[in-house]
Design a protein around this ligand. Structure first.
Ligand code: SF4
Ligand code: SF4
Ligand code: SF4
Ligand code: FES
Length: 944
């Protein structure tokens, strides 16, 4: 394996269709109009020296190293800022140019530390390379004069250091932060010799607005901004392209290694989801893979009050299998089940559902998507015919009006948020529908045209009011609706009713009617309208209704079936789309086909050589209820921490405690493992081959970077368990699992590892009709035939505020942490978020005598916890907000058992609560901490 080096063309590609021809150093070259001479030359294999140019940023023209001569033009223009033109004759290597370049380099080097041999960037430094390229052999000016060599380092950021002594003030970092990331955290302060890079108001990076995306580090041509891991470990020697294991954006990275050690993750420019950008999680937060908390040996125990006992893999697998068989013999075939993981690969998820259906002989399989995007599946399938988003991310480049509903992209989907911000800076308009004033409402150089700060739980009413305006003000795209949809008349009559008008909805949602009217008019008439939504839409008792209301709006305005429009769920976890696609739900085989469909069942039954149950199995909440009833006794949980992530934690824990064999297959002893009898150590995304499917249905390759420290990749462990259960699986490699998926699932029929390697990735459906995949869906017609309008009656949630619980709690996530925090809490990311905090409005805080940082109790009818308060007007009066990344907080002790009417997706986003001053953690938290400490004992440690 070699180190993958991507070509840097110096400036971005031009999207112009017209081509121009020119000659460069006598060679005839053709390039799209608007291409820089530098890029056209590089594409033809002619490398022009450069320092301030890189192809993720627009040409800047400051270093004067890339000068060229153009026949018939005076002077020596910079090739990075001069576009090609027809018939141009360019020379890049005349004696005159060589002299100028050498002079420029001499000046740079005269103010640069001469410590190349001991510099961490030695071998990967563009300044060093350019000194060689221009043939610099000596510096005539000496090093004694005024210089910057004693400038102080900034080591405040946990992941990268900033050494201004090595800075050449090329501004690449500043432009990366502006153009690529959109945070505008950096500036060049002062002028001339005094000019220097400053973060925010000349603060340490850690205290500045910097969000640690790493774009500036990647852009820096010197060792000024450099990863601390490179300083510690040394320059990488070989690399593998793989996919981020965190969120549903699905960024591609080069995992760069030195020996068997991971040195850094560098965003891959050819990555089709991220185009070379990253966020702090994928770029830097991979240290959990080698964290000391990771469990590497299997463990078992007879009872959850006993300490764990380390055993061999053979013993652990045999024990789990015999326990499942014993339970089935005693309590019946349906007494066991499995939970698949949205963090594991498609292949691993497929195997878990196969294990349950074929080896357990029932359909008791469910996934964590139950608690996030199951309403998306149901809602979009009902209206459009497919349980997935309609666009690729690149579609945003053609959107004119962007609607973000119940999502917080700058924290949850940061790399896509940067794309949105780029588009806004180009002039697109933004509508945000969210109870909180999320960062997207006002970002540098862009601001939402409308922010509708609705009361939690009123999504359906507000979405229907938007439709009311579209219908009653004559803004419907009639041609689109007539040709492509059904059910319009009934729906239009419903939304036009007065009770659905913005004026009526204002009374229950708190959103001014004029804002609803303005937003509806903008979406319907502002050009291409694209909707992106998140868990703020789905995690409600009417989650599915809200998804259908969004689909209705898009159909009524004709915003479906072409670039720049569409309905797009922003998926939370890396493979939540894939885990749904792979048949993780109890009623569906892979490809969303119902288990009662005889032909589909027969396909799998004949291939797997066993009869399959035609009855849907139990969903997670039903499994827990059945456990408490005594009819469900055994559960295999792969990569999922239901004790922390699922609602009403005490109910979940009671259900788990009532089971006889809980098998947790994970990286760490998570909260669920407190109630487990068998622990099977899991592998990280760095330790296996497979695929993840991101929010745009893109199937990305996950490639093994290092050997599994626990001994096996997760798919191998499931296979061992299936074999021990007496159901034979004999896959030699995940590619064979993908071949089986392709053979059984029509939307994946054209997918193979060979194709993924060749194309980089494909978006499903990928089959005979679309052999190269489908970036955009419902072009020319909906998957279900006609798009179906569905009446979306607003039914207020039963969760009501009252004198006991007067505030509404809503939950979300933060940039530096991920989901239950199991991975990110075990990285340096904790410097940004070491605890969950409760955001509350100053008015509510003052009423209760609560000040910034005070401990408060947060109580609902389900339970109570305590955490510290942050006072902010980001939330409206009457609304409080917290994250759920830390088990010490256990925010889900407070959330209720209400759920979506169609899918049981929990209503995390609306809980009536009371907040009062407290002295510290609650009694429950203290008891739970004691339980965890006890439950995590390992026999060897106990004996010592
Ligand atoms: S820190 Fe790096 S990228 Fe930024 S101006 Fe200095 S040398 Fe250029
Ligand atoms: S890490 Fe990202 S946000 Fe921070 S200064 Fe660099 S480019 Fe800007
Ligand atoms: S945006 Fe998501 S996929 Fe991309 S690097 Fe960040 S966490 Fe990973
Ligand atoms: S690379 Fe063109 S002026 Fe610096």
């Amino acid at each position: 394996m070699a180190l993958i080096k991507e070509i840097d063309y110096g400036t971005p590609a031009s999207k112009a269709e017209r081509k121009v021809s020119l000659t460069i150093d006598g060679f005839r070259v053709t390039a799209p109009d608007g291409t820089s001479i530098m890029r056209a030359a590089m594409a033809a294999g002619i490398e022009i020296p450069k320092l301030c140019a890189t192809d993720s940023e627009h040409g800047f023209g400051s270093c004067r190293l890339c000068l060229v001569e153009i026949k018939g033009r005076p002077g020596t223009p910079a090739s990075c800022t001069t576009p090609v033109s027809e018939g141009m004759e360019v020379s890049t290597q005349t004696e005159h140019l060589k002299r100028i370049r050498k002079g420029v380099m001499e000046l740079y080097i005269s103010d640069h530390p001469l410590e190349c041999l001991t510099c961490a960037a030695n071998g990967d430094c563009e300044l060093q390379d350019m000194a060689g390229a221009v043939g610099l052999r000596e510096v005539r000016y000496g090093y004694e004069g005024e210089n910057h060599l004693k400038a102080e380092k900034d080591e405040s950021n946990p992941y990268f250091s900033f050494d201004p002594a090595k800075c050449i003030v090329c501004s690449r970092c500043v432009r990366a932060c502006d153009e690529v990331q959109g945070t505008f955290a950096l500036t060049i302060e002062h002028r001339g010799f005094d000019s220097k890079v400053a973060a925010s108001m000349n603060e340490p990076f850690l205290d500045s607005e910097c969000v640690s995306c790493g774009a500036c580090v990647q852009a820096c041509p010197t060792a000024t901004l450099i990863e601390k891991s490179v300083i510690a470990i040394g320059q990488p020697e070989h690399s593998v392209v793989t996919t981020c294991g965190y969120c549903g954006v699905g960024c591609s990275f080069k995992a760069e290694m030195r020996g068997v050690e991971l040195v850094r993750m560098v965003p891959f420019k050819a990555g089709q989801a991220n185009h070379g950008h990253s966020c702090v999680k994928g770029r830097f937060a991979w240290g959990y893979a080698t964290h000391r908390d990771r469990i590497l040996k299997p463990m078992i125990r007879a009872c959850i009050t006993h300490p764990w006992r380390e055993v061999s893999w053979e013993e652990a697998i045999a024990h789990a299998a015999s326990e499942f068989k014993r339970i089935q013999q005693k309590y019946g075939r349906g007494a066991v089940g499995g939970i698949t993981s949205s963090r594991c690969t498609n292949e691993e998820t497929y195997l878990v559902q196969k294990l349950v259906r074929a080896a357990f002989g029932n359909n008791n399989v469910d996934t964590c998507a139950r608690v996030c995007h199951s309403p998306t599946g149901y809602g979009l399938k009902t209206t459009f015919g497919t349980s997935a988003g309609t666009q690729d991310f690149d579609s945003i480049e053609q959107a004119d009006v962007i609607v973000v509903i119940g999502a917080n992209p700058t924290d949850g989907h940061p790399v896509f948020a940067s794309r949105i911000k780029q588009r806004l800076r180009q002039g697109a308009r933004l509508i945000v529908i969210d109870p909180r004033r999320i960062d997207m409402v006002k970002t540098p150089h862009a601001q939402a045209s409308f922010h509708l700060p609705l009361k939690p739980g009123t999504n359906v009413a507000v979405l229907t009011a938007l439709a009311h305006v579209v219908v009653t003000e004559g803004l419907v795209d009639k041609a689109f609706v007539d040709e492509r949809c059904e059910g319009f008349a009934e729906w239009a009559a419903f939304v036009a009713e007065k009770r659905n008008s913005p004026e009526e909805v204002e009374k229950l949602s708190g959103v001014p009617a004029e804002a609803i009217r303005g937003a509806a008019r903008l979406y319907a008439t502002g050009g291409n309208g694209a909707i992106y939504y998140g868990l703020g839409v789905t995690e409600h008792s009417q989650g599915t209704t809200a998804v259908m209301a969004i689909a209705n709006l898009a159909m009524a305005t004709g915003n479906i079936g072409r670039p720049g429009v569409g309905v797009n769920p922003l998926r939370g976890q890396n493979n939540v789309q894939g885990s749904c696609d792979m048949g993780s739900f109890p009623h569906e085989f892979p490809g969303y086909r119902h288990v009662s469909e005889d032909a589909v069942r027969e396909t799998f039954a004949s291939l797997w050589g066993t009869p399959l149950d035609p009855e849907p199995g139990l969903r997670i909440p039903n499994m827990l209820d059945a456990a408490l009833d005594g009819s469900f006794k055994g559960l295999y949980i792969q990569g999922e921490d239901i004790a922390q992530s699922d609602p009403d934690s005490r109910h979940v824990m009671a259900g788990l405690s009532a089971m006889e064999c809980v098998v947790v297959h994970d990286l760490f002893l998570n909260e669920t493992a407190n109630f487990a009898h068998v622990f099977l150590p899991g592998s990280t995304f760095l330790e296996k081959d497979g695929t993840f499917t991101n929010a745009e249905r893109r199937i990305n390759m996950v490639r093994k970077v290092m050997a599994p420290r626990n001994g096996y990749a997760d798919w191998e462990i499931t296979q061992l368990l299936a074999n021990a259960m007496g159901f034979q699986m004999a896959y030699a490699h995940p590619s064979a699992i993908m071949d089986e998926i392709a053979a059984t699932t029509p939307t994946f029929a054209g997918v193979s590892y060979e194709k993924l390697d060749a194309l980089g990735s494909v978006q499903w459906p990928c089959n005979d009709k679309a052999p190269m995949g489908s970036p955009i869906m419902h072009v020319g017609g909906f998957v279900r035939g006609k798009g179906r309008f569905v009446v979306t009656e607003y039914v207020p949630t039963d969760e009501k505020t009252g004198p006991r619980f007067p505030l509404l709690l809503t939950t979300g996530r933060i940039l530096s942490q991920y989901n239950v925090g199991a991975q990110t809490r075990r990285t340096e990311n904790v410097v940004w978020h070491e605890e969950d905090r409760l955001e509350m409005h100053p008015h509510d805080a003052e009423q209760r005598g609560i000040r910034e940082g005070d401990w408060v109790s947060l109580a609902s009818r389900s339970g109570a916890t305590a955490l510290r308060a942050t006072i902010t007007d980001r939330v409206a009066p009457g609304v409080v907000y917290t994250t759920f990344h830390h088990p010490d907080t256990q925010a889900n002790v407070v959330t209720t058992d209400y759920s979506d009417w169609a899918t049981n997706c929990p209503e995390y986003k609306v809980t009536a609560v009371q907040v009062m001053p407290a002295n510290g953690p609650s009694e429950w938290q203290r008891d739970y901490e004691e339980l965890s400490r006890h439950a995590r004992r390992v026999a060897a440690e106990v004996a010592e």
